[in-house]
Design a binder for this molecule. Structure first.
Ligand SMILES: [Zn+2]
Ligand SMILES: [Zn+2]
Length: 271
């Protein structure tokens, strides 16, 4: 698997990585294509917002690097947009304003709070309500906003659910919320959107990548074909994390091809 389509650098508030270090690491791993996808989370619930992308500087810095290394690796420039139900207009404006190769739409906040923080979850009785709110808000977001290419780490919410060790059935989210998840998958497919296989879940001590293989299979079963693959690496050593397991996993979920993007158009790679 030679294509990492989810990578963060110091343009994201949660990374200190110089993009050139990422590029050197990707070349040393023999990758063919990488796509930078730094965070842009409009209305993230913190002031000042650590996830505002300075897109002018981003392109100004990445384009010369893309050219400098063009003989060794094909570098593409994307973004990971934090989606929320009530910001579709601003999201659309941003997507249209810059020449991105690829846009990931990801739900990172629920009810205007960040589930990364344990205190957001409250008592255990509250956990299923938060998960349901996360899925419901995702449905609203993708009903309102269409200007992205794949949905990022579909079951991201389970990474941070404090009761997942006690109740490991939560990891297999589809068995608990089939209607909500089918709604998400069907909307994505009807709108021509993909999902991603995000190996970052494995780095976060989950037994599987995000989303769970059952969701990958379900997307395929419902007719979905567009699947990108990304490490969600925030450090050079995370690039292509656990990518050796990807082709077999995708094949076992019914995929024959994976997808990369250039100028927002899909390109197909045989598995
Ligand atoms: Zn994300
Ligand atoms: Zn990310």
């Amino acid at each position: 698997m030679k294509h990492d389509y989810h990578i963060h650098t110091y343009f994201s508030g949660d990374s200190e990585t110089h993009p050139e270090d990422t590029i050197k690491q990707a070349i040393s791993l023999g990758l063919k294509t990488i796509c930078f996808t730094d965070h842009h989370d409009i209305d993230y619930p913190e002031e000042p917002n650590p996830f505002t992308l300075d897109a002018e500087r981003y392109f100004k810095e990445l384009l010369p690097l893309k050219n400098k290394y063009s003989e060794q690796i094909d570098i593409r420039i994307g973004v990971e947009l934090g989606i929320q139900p009530d910001i579709s207009h601003k999201l659309n404006e941003f997507s249209n304003a810059y020449p991105f190769d690829f846009i990931i739409g990801s739900t990172h906040v629920v009810e205007h709070t960040d589930p990364y923080y344990t205190e957001v979850w409250g008592d255990e009785v509250n956990h299923s309500r938060i998960i349901e709110a996360y899925l419901t808000e995702t449905i609203e977001s993708i009903n309102n906003f269409n200007n992205f290419d794949v949905m990022g780490h579909l079951d991201y919410i389970i990474r941070y659910c404090p009761s997942k060790d006690k109740h490991p059935e939560i990891l297999d989210l589809y068995t608990l919320y089939p209607e909500l998840l089918d709604k998400i998958l069907i909307t994505l497919i009807e709108n021509g959107k993909g999902i991603e296989l995000n190996t970052g879940g494995l780095k976060n001590n989950l037994p599987n990548p995000n989303p769970h293989p059952r969701l990958l299979s379900r997307y395929r079963e419902l007719g979905g074909e567009i699947i990108t693959c990304g490490s969600d690496g925030h450090k050079p050593e995370h690039i292509a994390y656990s990518f050796n397991t990807v082709p077999e996993l995708l094949q076992s979920c019914g995929f024959k091809y994976m997808t990369i993007f250039k100028n927002r158009k899909p390109e197909w790679i045989k598995l």
